[in-house]
Design a protein around this ligand. Structure first.
Ligand code: HEM
Length: 470
């Protein structure tokens, strides 16, 4: 890192098309392109190209931040100078004014409402919901059965988030809800990738719009029905819906159905596929490294014996936590943070100057695979998360849950859920990767495997009881 100022014109940039900027490279190989950009410096200018600049009057470039000190500056220290960049129309339609996309007072008020609910101590009350769901889900697997691990994890985490939000089982067809969410996510990705696609209004009935509209109508109707039913019943429950029904907005008014719908939709989407993908990647890493799985099995046997895991066991499941952290390093579900726009010119700790209105781009995928902080970055090695190793590197080199005032609200819940699901399943079954599969990560709304990953189940143990509380 230097102490000198680097004017915008001197910020290094990769060679790209004058007219189309880095768009073709990003579309062809987003993840590889980002990694290649590391060699250009702490801050890399990614030109948007003349076409976008002229058509959209967008800034001429993104600035990719590769240094943890700059990341901390933009996300934390000087976060008030940055706001989220505008999103494609379909994303606004899905999330509305939910906490993911608001700014200023409104956003602060929303976070104040949710923070106590998602605080570690409150969240641990959901332990048995998580382990019971994992156990019930796993009960459907028989010895020798082949499963699509991504699909299995998505169904499991959807059923758990549904209970957290609505306090009841998912009554609608889970497969239909999953397919509707996927159709929405595919459309968001298409609109991010193609300017033309994002300019076609949603009411024009092309097939992908029709699929999206049909799917979202189903989810929206289900959510609105849950709101109406709960308003009628006088019984409050310990779920997000009850929290929202008793809340007030930043001007002191009770929330409308629309506002409640926006929050629930936000949590439904932000809170299930991220965790499902984190779990899918973790299983993949485990099946590919038998020695890590063996060591995990020993830890689980020693700490849990024959009982189901609870939040109380987690501090002693140290190796499991290191596996989870390392998996989130290699395959961060939020592979890129939402682009931030600088309100006024800003000088970063690395010396680069970001002009007013410029777009700052932070990618956990890229930061987590920087050999400066993670030598031999492709290697799966849970020991990178020993206390000693963590202390030896900058905090903001590892940000799977983001940082600052927009840090993930569901982090404690996601971690509890991820660790308990891994411990419950790994105590009962051994998974084996089926032969002949080529696995690649695909950066969509979240980082997911490009094709389904097939695994075979082998049952090994039956710790079925909850621990006896003295
Ligand atoms: C492994 C699982 C998860 C990962 C890796 C993850 C990652 C993230 C990241 C990186 C952000 C910040 C995005 C940015 O700054 O642009 C974020 C925001 C958010 N996450 Fe998560 N998340 C996970 C699970 C969850 C869960 C389970 C929930 C809810 C129960 C949740 C709810 C949210 C919400 C509401 C926000 C928006 C916060 C705001 O803008 O103030 N996430 N998440």
């Amino acid at each position: 890192m230097t102490d000198q100022q680097t004017p915008t014109s001197a910020i290094p940039e990769p060679p790209v098309s004058r007219w189309w900027g880095c768009a073709p490279e990003l579309r062809r190989d987003t993840l590889g392109f980002l990694l290649r950009c590391q060699s250009y410096g702490d801050v890399v200018k990614l030109p948007m190209g003349r076409v976008l600049e002229l058509l959209l009057r967008q800034p001429d470039a993104f600035y990719l931040l590769n240094h943890p000190a700059d990341v901390k500056h933009v996300l934390v220290t000087n976060q008030d100078n940055y706001q989220k960049a505008p999103v494609p129309p379909v994303e606004s339609r899905i999330f509305g004014q939910g906490v993911l996309h608001t700014e200023g007072d409104r956003h602060h008020c929303q976070r104040r409402l949710f923070l106590p609910f998602f605080h570690g101590n409150h969240v641990t009350a959901y332990s048995s919901l998580i382990t019971d769901s994992a156990q019930a889900h796993m009960a459907r697997w028989h010895d020798g059965m082949t499963i699509d691990i991504g699909q299995e994890m998505a169904h499991l985490t959807l059923s758990i988030i549904w209970r957290l939000l609505f306090g009841q089982e998912l009554r609608a067809d889970a497969g239909l809800i999953r397919e509707s969410i996927s159709a929405g996510q595919r459309l968001i990705k298409i609109q991010y990738d193609s300017l033309l696609a994002s300019l076609i209004p949603l009411w024009i009935p092309i097939p992908r719009h029709r699929r999206f509209t049909r799917g979202f109508q189903i989810i929206e109707d289900t959510i609105l029905r849950c709101i109406t039913e709960r308003r009628r019943s006088s019984e409050p429950q310990d779920d997000v819906l009850s929290l929202l029904l008793t809340a007030t907005d930043h001007q002191g008014h009770p929330l409308s159905d629309r506002e409640i719908r926006d929050e629930l939709m936000t949590f439904l989407l932000a809170g299930h596929e991220t965790t499902a993908n984190a779990l899918t990647w973790t299983w993949l890493l485990l099946v590919q490294d038998q020695s890590v799985w063996e060591r995990l099995s020993s830890e689980l046997k020693e700490v849990l014996g024959d009982h189901l895991p609870t939040a109380v066991d987690l501090p002693r499941l140290r190796y499991l936590k290191m596996i989870w952290d390392e998996s989130l390093r290699l395959y961060p579900p939020a592979w890129s943070l939402h682009t931030r726009v600088a309100r006024v010119e800003d000088r970063l700790p690395s010396g680069a100057i970001l002009p007013s209105g410029s777009w700052a781009f932070v990618s956990p995928w890229n930061l987590h695979r920087n050999p400066r902080w993670f030598p031999n970055p492709e290697r799966f090695d849970p020991m990178r998360f020993s206390d000693e190793a963590v202390r030896a590197r900058p905090v903001y080199a590892y940000i799977p849950f983001g940082a600052g005032g927009r840090r993930c609200l569901g982090e404690s819940f996601a971690e509890l859920e991820g660790l308990l699901i891994l411990a419950t399943i790994a105590s009962n079954v051994r998974l084996r990767l089926d032969d002949g599969q080529t696995i690649h990560p695909e950066p969509g709304m979240t980082l997911h495997p490009k094709a389904p990953i097939q695994m075979t189940v082998q049952r090994v143990g039956f710790p079925t009881t909850h621990p006896v509380v003295a």
